[in-house]
Ligand binder design. Structure first.
Ligand SMILES: NC(=O)c1ccc[n+]([C@@H]2O[C@H](COP(=O)([O-])OP(=O)(O)OC[C@H]3O[C@@H](n4cnc5c(N)ncnc54)[C@H](OP(=O)(O)O)[C@@H]3O)[C@@H](O)[C@H]2O)c1
Length: 272
């Protein structure tokens, strides 16, 4: 059962002791990937504690080593499996006392278009819906439930794609559909959370209501990651692509922004 065994009553932190990001506990799901790795590194550089999550351990441990094995914890997790995700939150709280944010950056892209063999297209859809929808669905549901119990709430960030909103790019029939489904789900939980006034807190200083749980998405075009070198063969193309640091920089900049924009698109001057 979701949330069983979570005792969040003791979890507090004093906002005045916190920097924008320093002192925060951030779970990065997909931390061994091209984008997740940079997000983990940049959060760590800013003084956050980073929980590094993916299914395979070696690349996570390599990253933890690069970060000096301080303020890091590797927790192997299949983000599409409920028991795994519940254990992830429970272990993080046990070790670091709270969770401030979870960033979901799972899966990669494979083309499916109108000419793709039917069996292949369906197999790819199963993979895409597991990597891009079921992970966001499982982590998102678990996170919002945890953050509702934690007095100061938390932040959920999904790394989506510009194709979630665009049907005019060839090869995105499966990937784009999975990304769109994840966006629809996040809009749904955002609505349900915000709709319940007892789940927002009153900020006496600014006399405004501050959402305790914030949900946002980032929708980049092609990103200059190590794995995309074959798609971006020249330095010029890599320079014109979205840089992963732009993505992590945006999340860090808006980390405590109560008026957090729902979604940010990063366009690239190069198309592949
Ligand atoms: N790269 C781009 O140009 C680009 C552009 C727009 C949007 N995006 C989106 O950005 C996100 C990250 O992309 P990327 O290029 O960094 O991908 P990547 O390099 O392929 O990394 C994907 C990460 O997700 C992990 N992962 C996959 N399935 C998982 C699961 N079920 N549970 C836990 N971890 C899982 C992988 O590790 P394991 O295999 O060990 O689990 C890996 O750490 C994706 O959602 C992608 O669609 C990427």
């Amino acid at each position: 059962m979701l949330g069983l065994g979570w005792n969040t009553e003791h979890i507090t932190h004093k906002e005045e002791d916190m920097g924008e990001v320093a002192g925060r506990v951030v779970i990065v799901v997909g931390a061994s990937g091209g984008i997740g790795r940079i997000i983990s590194r940049e959060f760590h550089n800013e003084g956050a504690t980073v929980v590094l999550v993916a299914r395979k351990v070696p690349k996570l441990e390599e990253l933890a080593n690069q970060l000096g094995n301080k303020r890091t914890k590797v927790i192997p997790t299949d983000a599409s499996v409920p028991a795994d995700v519940e254990r992830l939150f429970a272990e993080t709280v046990k070790m670091f006392g709270k969770v401030d944010a979870v960033v979901i950056s799972t899966g990669n892209w494979s083309p499916v278009s109108i000419d793709t063999d039917l069996k292949e297209a369906v197999e790819q859809a199963e993979q895409d819906f597991r990597a891009h929808f079921l992970t966001v669905y499982t982590v998102g549901l678990c996170a919002q439930r945890f953050f509702r119990k934690q007095s100061f709430g938390g932040l959920i960030v999904n790394i989506s794609s510009h194709v979630a909103d665009r049907a005019n790019l060839v090869g995105n029939l499966s990937y784009g559909s999975a990304k769109a489904a994840a966006s629809r789900f996040l809009n749904g939980i955002r609505f349900e959370i915000f709709n319940e006034t007892n789940r927002i807190r009153h900020d006496e200083e600014s006399d405004t209501f501050v959402p305790r749980i914030r949900v946002t998405e980032i929708k980049p075009a092609i990103v200059n990651t190590h794995d995309n070198k074959h798609l971006l063969p020249t330095k010029e193309m890599r320079d014109l692509a979205v840089q992963p640091e732009e993505i992590s920089g945006w999340i860090i900049k808006h980390f405590n922004d109560v008026k957090l924009p729902v979604c940010k698109s990063f366009t690239s001057e190069v198309t592949v």
